[in-house]
Ligand binder design. Structure first.
Ligand code: BV8
Length: 237
């Protein structure tokens, strides 16, 4: 791998799998415990808010009980040591990238440790349950929902993401099945603007054919190796 100057990394549930957080599409995945339409849509929230709040209460508790794994630690090391431009776009709603020490992180699908008030639009760090309809700390209204992007909702900060993809000379996708858009289309956007594209995943994904290179294995092994490779090259630049 040559010396890169502008790197965009996209992470998915696979990077948090070895921290004990379930992925969506594995046989034991969340997708099967709940039909995704039953929980991750505004319609589901309107129809059965308690079901949706319970689902995210469980996810929130799981995230707080989990710890970053070597893949998160390696990306945090890259963030500290890499002197070029770096953006870690994550589809994950956990805070494991941040707890590992990464700073240049963008949660395109929101964060389960954030609550969003539909009355005053304020967002609050939230570690407790939302099932018991707590009042918004800012305005007092009982109108808090998980600050998460559901199906049919626009992911956050898309302009920023596409601008970074347009400048990237390397796009790396880690631990994602390439099943959900617009994230699954980022590889094509980056490649179209001249970036080299690399996929690090446990198994081939729906988008593997779109990458210059795919490395198969657990993120806890592949990501530290890749980070050393990139830092070694940029040091030798
Ligand atoms: C939007 C937050 C428009 C919630 C999530 C038809 C065609 C194209 C698009 C669509 C379509 N029909 C509908 C759409 C749009 C839809 C979509 O893409 N649907 C899919 C199902 C076809 N997309 C949307 O609705 C998006 N919004 O399009 O808005 C719009 C336009 C104008 C105005 C308004 C709106 C919003 C989608 C966001 C949904 N929210 N997450 C929550 O977390 O509860 S999606 C969720 O699933 C994730 O965030 C992620 O994005 C997605 C996929 O999950 P992954 O992270 O990839 O996890 P998965 O389990 O699938 O895969 C894990 C991978 O890791 C596997 O490959 C596995 O092999 C690997 N792995 C496992 N262990 C390891 C590992 N790898 C390494 N190491 C390991 N140890």
């Amino acid at each position: 791998m040559g010396a890169f100057r502008n790197i965009v990394v996209l992470t998915g549930a696979g990077i948090s799998a070895e921290s004990g957080l379930k992925t969506f599409r594995a046989e034991d995945g969340l997708w099967e415990e709940h039909r995704v339409e039953d929980v991750a849509t505004p319609e589901a929230f309107a129809r059965d808010p308690a079901l949706v709040q319970r689902f995210y209460d469980l996810r929130r508790a799981g995230v707080l009980a989990a710890a970053p794994n070597p893949a998160h630690a390696a990306l945090a090391r890259l963030d500290r040591a890499f002197d070029g431009e770096l953006l870690i776009v994550t589809q994950n709603i956990d805070d494991l990238h941040e707890r590992a020490g990464a700073a240049r992180v963008l949660h395109m699908h929101g964060e389960v440790l954030s609550a969003w008030c539909l009355a005053c639009d304020a967002r609050h760090r939230w570690e407790r349950s939302l099932l018991d309809s707590p009042p918004c700390p800012a305005c007092g209204a009982v109108a808090l929902r998980p600050d998460i992007v559901w199906f049919g909702e626009m992911p956050y900060r898309m302009d920023e993401i596409f601008a970074a993809l347009g400048r990237a000379d390397l796009f790396v996708s880690i631990g994602t099945s390439g099943a959900v858009y617009p994230a699954a289309g980022f590889v094509q956007h980056a490649a179209h603007h001249g970036a080299r594209t690399l996929e690090l995943n446990l198994e081939r994904s729906a988008g593997s054919h779109l990458f210059d290179e795919t490395r198969l294995g657990p993120a806890s092994v592949l990501v530290p190796d890749w980070v050393e490779e990139v830092l070694g090259r940029s040091a030798g630049r």
